[in-house]
Ligand binder design. Structure first.
Ligand code: TYD
Ligand code: MG
Length: 442
């Protein structure tokens, strides 16, 4: 008989320890260790029966096409649709729109059979939501939380695609721990994986992310599935970005942009327009820059506001921008452009609720601060470039895409690092240093 031993697993990070502790020594969470049993059978090397090898050239290619959901922003992120028999994990904060997106996909698929398993809402609640987001209401729904019942239903009807909403609500008698705990969630995904691979059924598994960014408690889930998608966005801003962080069947540099409206998530074909808006006013301190989201260039407005400090220590406050990066840019501005900022509070805001992480926005932030201090409006100009500590303007990747996007949206000129790109209408103003840029805008 297999020998069993007891192990305690942290429900937050998946850390294992042989003894119970009040606090997990990996993630420092309190009271998260759960008792679990593992078998420790040890095979001696060479005693197991050998496995069967296959030659790749002899395998017939899986002719089954990818499942197209008809929602291009979603298909594009996956690399052209859902691969049959694959597991897609859809993560995101509670209330961000995961269930809405999944339901929209299901209602949109015509050619394949789809089953929507919900452990969170009843069938009539799903019907209510479906009524809001689509005209078509033909969809098989199963409202159950018992994993074994769910799997039995799937095996009996063999749909092409199954949505599990959400993995944390599924419960199996066989696994230990509470529903949503590590043992339950990993056990469930393991069983789902077997079902998927053996029967060529694709799964979209929805998982909640905890505040710390752990998916479904343990990050281990990410290793088990084929594709990991995150739906991101600020709860109070309308746009949502679907990002792929792992993809066994395609690249991870595509993103999908959606807008949450009354009738669900609507694809945004021209995201720059969404972020720039029509009501942006021409004021000092407002600068448009271009950031890359996946392989797409997005135009965004950065706003800077400076005001004389009332206290000895000047404030540096940001929204959607890294505070440390602002400190660095402030230091470069003081040293290399001779700007006295020691008695100025500086506020930076990225319009639309998006977070900028790219250094390519450095120059735009610097010029926005200058524009606010000098109270000069800069209209019709895009600014991109990374700033070095000595005030040099560095090369940014994908400059051509950024220039094309600016041109498409009717901007007259772009201030950017030196480039060989030649374009039609938009005027390129190359700069080597921060000083060059300051001269251009003042
Ligand atoms: P939901 O898909 O339930 O989020 P999740 O499954 O990620 O927890 O979406 C929740 C939010 O979306 C909810 O606060 C309301 C909003 N919403 C709309 O704005 N329009 C809609 O048509 C729907 C269905 C939801
Ligand atoms: Mg939900």
């Amino acid at each position: 008989m297999a020998k069993q031993s007891i192990v305690y697993i942290c429900s937050n990070c998946g850390y294992k320890t042989p003894r119970w502790q009040g606090k997990c020594s990996n993630c420092n969470e309190w009271n998260t260790l759960e008792k679990s049993q593992i078998s420790n059978i040890k095979h001696q090397i060479g005693t197991a029966t050998a496995g069967k090898m296959v030659d790749l050239s002899e395998i017939a290619e899986n002719q089954k096409m990818r499942i197209k959901t008809g929602i291009e922003e979603f298909d594009g992120v996956l690399g052209g649709g859902i691969v049959p028999g694959s597991l897609v994990l859809l993560g995101g904060d509670p209330g961000i729109g995961k269930s809405t997106l999944a339901l929209q996909l299901c209602l949109n698929i015509r050619e394949q059979s789809v089953l929507y398993v919900s452990g969170e809402e009843s069938a009539s609640q799903i019907k209510l939501r479906a009524g809001r987001i689509s005209k078509s209401h033909t969809l098989q729904v199963l409202a159950d939380t018992d994993l074994d019942v769910v799997l039995a239903t799937i095996l009996e009807h063999k749909p092409d695609l199954v949505v599990i909403d959400s993995i944390q609500t599924l419960y199996s008698e066989e696994a230990s721990g509470v529903a949503g705990g590590v043992a339950q969630v990993t056990g469930a995904v393991q069983k789902i994986m077997q079902t998927a691979k053996q029967n060529h059924i694709s799964f979209i598994i929805i998982g909640h992310v905890t505040k710390e960014g752990y998916l479904a408690g343990p990050k281990t889930l990410e290793h088990m599935v084929d594709t990991v998608l995150y739906l991101e966005g600020e709860r109070f801003a309308a746009f949502r970005i679907l990002r792929c962080v792992k993809n066994r069947f395609g690249t991870t540099n595509e993103v999908g942009v959606f807008e949450m409206q009354g009738q669900g998530l609507v694809e945004v074909k021209n995201p720059s327009q969404l972020f720039l808006g029509e009501d942006s006013i021409k004021a000092s301190g407002n600068i448009i820059t271009s950031v890359m989201e996946g392989s797409r260039a997005l135009l965004l407005e950065i706003q800077a506001l400076t005001s004389v400090s009332n206290f000895g220590y000047p404030k540096r406050t940001t929204s959607g921008y890294d505070n440390n990066r602002l400190q660095l840019i402030t230091a470069i501005l003081s040293k290399r452009a001779g700007l006295n900022l020691s008695n100025q509070d500086i506020y930076i805001n990225v319009v639309g609720g998006l977070k900028i992480e790219e250094p390519a926005a450095d120059l735009a932030v610097a010029v926005a601060i200058i524009s606010s201090i000098k109270d000069q409006v800069l209209d019709g100009t895009i600014i991109v470039g990374e700033l070095g500590l000595s005030g040099e303007v560095r090369f940014v990747p994908n400059l051509e895409k950024r220039i094309k996007e600016a041109e498409k949206l009717g901007f007259k000129q772009i201030i950017c690092p030196k480039t060989k790109v030649t374009t039609g209408k938009i005027k390129i103003l190359p700069v080597r240093t921060l000083g060059d840029a300051v001269k251009l805008v003042s």
